[in-house]
Write a protein that binds this ligand. Structure first.
Ligand code: GLC
Length: 500
């Protein structure tokens, strides 16, 4: 497992080698026989569920497949995503009816017939996409990713290839995606879709992930037929109908190169589309998506931390373990200081109501971003691999060659002084984003001493913006360790999924 990963990393890291690498990877893929084949025996047994589920380091030993494009073309394609920094994930579907999270059908081994009956109560009666979009804008989010189809196979739109969808079998009786796409785009927010390509617990032949089928109905049909007759056509429907800016695959169980190929071909028809790393079959993807934890294992990809506000993705009426607004704001500050995006989840109920504790926290994030957004949007990672104990740092490289360094103060010092370790350049000027108060600084042997006056203007994170004549480069390794302080679900053998 180790050797191919290293090769990928080196190849991706060295700019111009990428094109050659991509071309040879594509050539290898093109050489694959067109017939669909089962994955090689044991291909998946050597990856931990955690790494495997998130792709990345758990890639099976397949030839790596990436888009063939030059590094500048890729940077241009990824620009909006890089600058966005904050997105909203929406897990919504029939699982909102039993209200025990999106894994309920699998966890409780609910038979298909019983589960399908829940669709009769999936009303979306209070679904107000314009209000959702207004909330996401108020939160300061720049993109939205909604579950077009989760592992239960239920599609939120009128798919032509499966009736197990919101229009045909649910009380909602309408397409739930288009109005949201329209509402968010009207506010300049990008629209993205999540699609569970491998697991599908209700459509014939769909996968049941790392668990054996629990209903004889699930043993009917072949997985390869499911891929060619349902999953690939649905992905094509989604791309054609909704033109998502971002596609979030999920769980790569049993995805061989042959099975991943038609999905990769489908997305390759959309040159602007960004897709994540969870397709499987060797497809590297554009983003690395650590889940419920802040980590950087991007293999040259843009990283995006996805996280729940409580502990559940899908609506769970009994999960009241809400993270505090401060924790969420600090997570955004932390992730951005490492060059990543924060995709924060909401789980609306069966009527389409976003739980109030989620609404409150999103509004709190929006209030903070309104004042401090300059320190987040469009910024680059800060210079420190090991964050200073007082907070985090991001920076913006300005067109005129100067640089603005944003000092995110989590712990306001009693003596008003913090040190930017090893910085030996004087700042031209400095001020607090919250109130414009001047911030002075002076070079010292240990680094730049920044003097903050008065008390913290923001109890969560106060930001000082310092202007420098040129970008700050503090030579340091940029591999960050897992940060256990993110308030996410701790790593466990189930990979954060509900207990088996
Ligand atoms: C996991 C879970 C899933 C959730 C997703 C979010 O893979 O299976 O329920 O949708 O991660 O990233």
């Amino acid at each position: 497992m180790k050797a191919p990963i290293k090769k990928i990393f080196l190849s991706v890291a060295s700019g111009c080698a990428l094109a050659t690498f991509a071309a040879s990877a594509l050539a290898q893929t093109a050489a694959l026989p067109p017939a669909l084949k089962p994955p090689p025996p044991g291909a998946f047994s050597n990856a931990s569920p955690i790494l495997f589920r998130e792709g990345g380091a758990g890639l099976p030993p397949y030839p790596v497949v990436v888009r063939e494009e030059t590094p500048p073309a890729k940077a241009a394609r990824m620009k909006w995503f890089h600058d966005a920094r904050f997105g909203i994930f929406i897990h919504w579907g029939v699982y909102a009816v039993p209200a025990k999270g999106e894994w309920y059908m699998s966890n409780a081994k609910v038979p298909q017939a019983t589960y399908r009956a829940f669709a009769r109560d999936f009303t979306a009666a209070n679904y107000d996409p314009a209000a959702w979009a207004a909330l996401f804008e108020e939160a300061g989010a720049k993109y939205v990713v909604i579950t077009a189809k989760h592992h239960d196979g239920f599609a939120l739109y009128g798919s032509k290839v499966s009736d197990w969808n919101a229009v045909k079998v649910a009380a909602a009786q309408r397409d739930l995606l288009q109005p949201l796409a329209d509402a968010v785009r009207a506010r300049g927010i990008k629209f993205g879709l999540y699609y569970s390509q491998s697991q599908d617990w209700n459509n014939p032949g769909g996968g049941t992930g790392n668990r054996p089928a629990w209903d004889d109905e699930q043993k009917k049909g072949s997985f390869d037929d499911y891929i060619t007759k349902i999953a690939v056509p649905q992905v094509r429907e989604l791309l054609e109908k909704y033109h998502p800016a971002y596609l979030f695959w999920d769980t790569e169980y049993a995805m061989s190169p042959e099975r991943a190929r038609p999905f990769f071909d489908a997305i390759s028809d959309y040159p602007e589309l960004i897709a994540n790393n969870r397709l499987g079959g060797g497809v590297l993807g554009d983003t690395a998506t650590p889940e419920q934890r802040i980590a950087l294992d991007a293999l040259g990809r843009q990283f995006e931390v996805c996280m729940t506000i409580n502990r559940s993705w899908g609506y769970n009426a009994t999960d009241l373990e809400w993270k505090s607004a401060q924790q969420l704001i600090r997570n955004l500050s932390d992730i951005t200081s490492r060059g990543g995006n924060y995709l924060l989840n909401v789980g609306p109920d069966a009527e389409g109501i976003i739980p109030e504790p989620e609404v409150e926290r999103l509004k709190a994030m929006g209030r903070w971003l309104k004042t401090n957004g300059a320190a987040i949007y469009g910024t680059e990672a800060g210079p420190y691999a090991k964050p200073p104990e007082w907070g985090r740092v991001t920076q913006r490289f300005n067109a005129n060659g100067s640089s603005t360094v944003y000092v995110h103060v989590w712990n306001w010092p009693a003596n008003g002084k913090i040190v930017l370790p090893r910085v030996q350049v004087a700042a031209v000027s400095g001020k607090l984003l919250a109130n414009g108060a001047a911030v002075s600084s002076a070079v010292s042997p240990t680094g730049l001493i920044v003097t903050l006056r008065g008390s913290a203007p923001d109890a969560d994170v106060s930001v000082a913006a310092l202007e420098f004549p040129a970008p700050l480069h503090v030579a340091e390794d940029v591999i960050h360790p897992i940060d256990a302080s993110s308030g996410g679900t701790p790593l466990d053998p189930s990979g954060g999924n509900p207990p088996k």
